[in-house]
Design a protein around this ligand. Structure first.
Ligand code: FPP
Length: 225
């Protein structure tokens, strides 16, 4: 049986969820943050899951209206400040990925603070992808190692990425069937699950069902049975 050691999620559908209820899009992000907490806590208490990587803000999300971007930044900062006890109580290590230099100094400090204060936790590793794009991650990795005169190997590149771990199970909520520049290198052999549920409606029982299906899939990694 497969173990879903590394789960990655594209949390899509916040805006539509809010609009369907006649609310402003940002209300969907607020509701989505609550699901982040629930899903993270569930994963922290699941014996198979070692890593959970969540797409929280992409390198493309800067194109959204200024007010929505500002709201997302404030929400992230609030989430990280408020949920530090949740990280610690559940032994969760916070390891952000992405290029956070584009964020405000205050948000960067909060990110670093939660990272440092949870560095000793040896349970689930929760990575929030923040100002993250797989193309940007790969380019930054290449630029880090290109000074060496050796040929770049797969291991060298993999080690230079923000996320150095292959994804076992990649889930996208919200009905679209695309990867949107998320963990492209690490998902080479990931099993992909797309569900129509909008992220604020996603429940731990939905995740449980997906994991159950995942455990039964025959993964061949390009080989034969
Ligand atoms: C996609 O929904 C979601 C995002 C761009 C941001 C994800 C953010 C959260 C889940 C909440 C905040 C996160 C944390 C960690 C506190 P969308 O706005 O693209 O939805 P749509 O496709 O319906 O428009």
């Amino acid at each position: 049986m497969n173990r879903a050691k590394h789960i990655a999620i594209v949390m899509d559908g916040n805006g539509r969820w809010a609009e369907l209820q006649g609310k402003k899009r940002v209300k969907g992000h607020e509701a989505g943050a609550k699901v982040v907490k629930k899903v993270t806590t569930y994963c922290a208490n699941h014996e198979d899951i070692e890593r959970l990587t969540l797409y929280a803000f992409s390198t493309e999300n800067w194109k959204r209206p200024r007010l929505e971007v500002e709201f997302l930044m404030k929400l992230l900062e609030k989430y990280l400040r408020n949920e530090l006890p949740t990280y610690l109580e559940n032994n969760i290590r916070f390891e952000p990925i992405g290029d956070i230099r584009a964020f405000s100094k205050s948000l960067q400090r909060t990110i670093k603070d939660v990272k440092e204060k949870t560095a000793h936790c040896d349970g689930l590793v929760q990575s929030l992808a923040l100002n993250y794009g797989a193309h940007d991650e790969i380019l930054r990795a290449i630029n880090k190692i290109k000074t060496s005169s050796e040929n770049i190997t797969e291991a060298m590149l993999s080690n230079a990425l923000d996320c150095k771990h292959n994804v076992d199970l990649l889930i996208r909520t919200g009905g679209d069937h695309r990867l949107s520049n998320f963990l492209l290198w690490q998902s080479a052999y990931a099993e992909l699950f797309f569900c129509d549920t909008l992220w604020p409606d996603f429940e731990t029982k939905d995740l449980e069902q997906i994991i159950k299906k995942f455990t039964k899939i025959e993964r061949r990694f390009g080989g034969l049975k």
